[in-house]
Design a protein around this ligand. Structure first.
Ligand SMILES: [Zn+2]
Length: 352
């Protein structure tokens, strides 16, 4: 770290100024084929200001220690989790086969590229999610007669068709899209596709188990009432980056990726390992990802990213923003003496 600081402190004044910091960013954000990715001037300035903890317009050696431990280390050596979402029979060839939906995509197409990633990339953790509904689940159209639809519903119970959205009555009104019965617990339709590799040590996460609320995201149910175990398990593994793929692109994959970003993970969507329901919704999902500092890649780009050889500026910027949030919530600002104790702590952690 000291050598790095000294190397980039071109004018040898014991501090990094903005242009010296920009050189660090140029060295950091590049791929293994020598392509340099650029952060915008504004983004470089944002990041510089985040690590200029005492706001004196320059980064001291102490401040650089904080930057090194909390930012550069993650960029160079990310801890990567692979999330394979709902690659289940019902979504591929069963009752809710996405091939019947408007985008007319084939869910089975994701199996081969996902298997290839499992074979070739050394992820730090692997998760498979399963849509896992009880028989009386709120999302099944054939269960519609068993619940009360609110008068404000865009479609009334008598006229509702599959894929329509209705508003259910209750203490809190709830919009719910109606699907054919699918992924019923312990049924064939809920099983993972037979050709999908299930690696040893991987974790299965079950969602949609509450009959009264649907769950698109693997983190939360749609009403954010209950969390799955995913976030705790990612935390336990020290995951910094999550690679998201599977079915369906614009529903569960998209919801999971967006939640991943909002929780604070550097989130990467693997485009060719996803298939979806509706082309417009897929485009909307991609736009939301990008505007929230997520990254969309093809599966052949993943290995170099996981190994820290291909380092994306969007993810670096995202991490810096998360650190800023953390610093602000801890009340760290100008001339805060707790900064140095914080640095000491992280150094101890690193040594441990
Ligand atoms: Zn479902």
């Amino acid at each position: 770290m000291d050598a790095c600081f000294t190397a980039f402190d071109k004018d040898c004044d014991g501090y990094l100024n903005l242009s010296e910091f920009e050189c660090i960013c140029r060295a950091l954000f590049r791929n293994d084929r020598g392509r340099v990715y650029s952060l915008s001037d504004e983004q470089v300035k944002d990041v510089f200001e985040i690590f200029d903890l005492d706001k004196d317009g320059k980064i001291s050696r102490d401040e650089f220690t904080f930057c090194w431990n909390n930012w550069i280390k993650t960029i160079v050596r990310p801890v990567s989790a692979f999330l394979i979402i709902d690659v289940q029979n019902d979504f591929i060839s069963g009752s809710l086969s996405i091939s019947q939906c408007t985008a007319q995509q084939n869910g089975a197409d994701v199996v081969e590229p996902i298997n290839r990633l499992l074979d070739t990339v050394n992820f730090d953790a692997i998760f498979y999610s399963l849509d896992w509904h009880p028989s009386d689940h709120v999302s099944f159209i054939d269960n519609l007669p068993y619940r009360k639809v609110h008068p404000s519903s865009p479609v009334c119970a008598e006229e509702a068709q599959t894929y329509d959205t209705v508003t259910f009555d209750g203490p809190h009104l709830m919009n719910q899209r109606l699907w054919p019965r699918h992924c019923v617990q312990e049924s064939w339709g809920a099983e993972l596709h037979k050709d999908l590799k299930v690696v040893e040590g991987a974790v299965k996460v079950y969602k949609g188990t509450n009959p009264e609320v649907d769950s698109y995201s693997v983190f939360w149910d749609n009403k954010k009432l209950t969390q799955t175990t995913l976030n705790a398990q990612l935390n336990a593994k020290g995951a910094t980056d999550i690679y998201v793929c599977g079915l369906a692109y614009d529903i569960c994959v998209g919801a999971t990726a967006v939640d991943g970003l909002s929780i604070g993970y550097r989130t990467i969507l693997i485009d060719d390992c996803c298939r979806g329901v509706d082309l417009n919704d897929i485009e909307r999902t991609k736009k939301t990802m990008i505007s929230n500092h997520g990254v969309i890649v093809n599966s052949d780009e993943v290995k170099a990213m996981v190994e820290g050889r291909d380092r994306r500026p969007e993810l670096g910027y995202k991490l810096a923003l998360e650190l800023r949030k953390k610093l602000e919530s801890e009340g760290r600002g100008a001339n805060d003496s707790s900064i140095s104790s914080h640095i000491a702590l992280t150094e101890e952690e690193v040594a441990a």
